[in-house]
Design a protein. Sequence first.
Length: 505
Amino acid sequence: MEERHQLVQVRLEKLEKLKKMGVNPYPYSFDVTARNKEIVAGFKDSENPEDGQQFSIAGRIMSLRSMGKASFAHIDDGSGQLQIYLRKDRLDEKAYNVVKLLDLGDIIGVKGYLFRTRTGEITLRVESFELLAKSIRPLPVVKEKVVDNEKMVYDKVEDKEFRYRQRYVDLVVNPEVRKIFLARARLINRIRAFLDELDFLEVETPVLQPIYGGAAARPFTTYHNALDSKLYLRISNELYLKRLVVGGFNRVYEFSKDFRNEGIDRSHNPEFTMLEFYQAYADCYEMMDLVEKLVFDVITGSLGQQRSQLEWRGKKIDLKLPWPRRSMLDLLSEAAGDEITVPLDREQLAGLCRKNEIEVTPAMGAGKLLDELFGELLEPNLHNPTFVTDYPIETSPLAKRHRDNPELVERFELLIGGMEIVNAFSELNDPIDQRLRFQAQMKLRDAGDEEAQVLDEDFLRAMEYGLPPTGGVGIGIDRLVMLVTGSDTIKDVILFPQLRPEQPI
C-alpha cells in the first residue's frame, strides 16, 4: 500500500477533530442557488451589500489565507473562481473553529452577500458556512499572480504522465483542460444538430460483436459465459449501420466508441470515438460535398468565429473553401518519385517501401504496402484540408468499384494537419462482389495479415435482401477535437486515455 504522506496524516488528524466537534465532514447535500460566473457577471456595486440578493454557492477551496479573526479563500464551482470572506463575528464560534481546520482542496458551501473589496475584487461575505467534503490528499499547489494586468501562473502541473493518470486532479488544477472537454462536448452537439437538420436518425449498434468488421484492424477479444461464445469489441460500426439502411432507415448516424488492438502514438489510442453516417441513394461525391460543409462548419463554429485559418503544431492551416480534391495515386507518385498505377505492382511497392526504410514482410499484400507508403510519404505532409480520392481496390474491400476504372474504388479521405480526419465510400452494395472481396481478404489473413477483414455471412445475407446505393462516412472525433482545441496529442482530448499499468511506489 502507498505510504501515507506526512501532509495526509495531518489532514486525517483534522478530520478526527472535526468529528469530535460533532461536524459531519461528508454531509448529504447543499442548496446551491447560483454559480460563480453568473453572479460575478451580474454584480452591481451597492453601499450596503445586504440590500442585494443573498447567494448560496458551493465549490472547492483553491486558495486560503487566514488573518486572525478573518479568512479569505477562493472557491471554484466549475464555472470559475470567486473570492469569499469569512469573519469570526459573522459566524458562530463552532463554524469559525471549522474554518480554522480547512485545507486547500476542501469542498464547502457558503451563503452570503456580494461586495467589492478595497482592491476591487468581487467577493462573497459569508453569513453561513458548511463543510461538504474534507480533502484528505493535498492538491498540487498552483499559484497565480497578476503582473502588469496579466495573469502569471507558477508551479503549473505539467507532468503528462501524472495528468493523464490522475485526470481528476488535472481538471481541478488546470482549468484550461476543462475548456478542452467543454469544447469537445459542444463540437459533438454541433455535429448532431447539423445531421438532425438533414433528417439523419441517431442510432445505437452493438459494442460486443460475434464477428468484427468494417475496418482493417486487430480486435480485442472477450468471452460471454452465458452464451458460451467468444465476442469482440467492435473495431467499427459500419456493417451494422448498413444493415439498418437495408432495413429502411435511409439516413442514420452513430457516435461510436471503437476499440482497436494496435499501437499508441500522438494520433492513435486503443479506444477512440468515431462518427459514422450513411445516406441511401447517395454516392461518395455527394458525401464529399456534405463533409466539406460539415467539417468547415464544425471547425469554424467551434473556434467561436468564422475564421479561415487555424494554427496547429506550429503550422498554419488554411481552411478556405473549396478544398482541393486529388487522386491518391497521383499524389503518391509525386511523393515517391515513381509512377504508381493500377493494377498495383507488389514488387514495385515493396521496392519503394525498402527505399524509404519501411519494413516489408511476406504477409503484406500490394494494398498494405501502398497504405504504408501513403502513411510515410504523403499523409504527414498534407496540412491544408485535402480530399484524397480514387483508391486502388486492394485497399478498400467495402467500397464500390469506380464507375470509370474497375481497378479503383469510389472512396475519399479528408486529411487535415497531416492526419486522416474522414474516410468515406460509395458503399459496395453488390452482394456477389462483396463476397469475393471478403474471400480475397480471408486469403490475406491466411497469409498472415492479422488486420485483413473477416467474412461476415450475416452481413452478406442482409445485402442479399437489397442494400440501396449508399454513401457512407466515418469521422475521427478525437482528431477533429485535437485540431479545434490546438491539442498536440490524442491523449489531451480523451478524458481517460489508455496508459501502461501504474507501477507500485
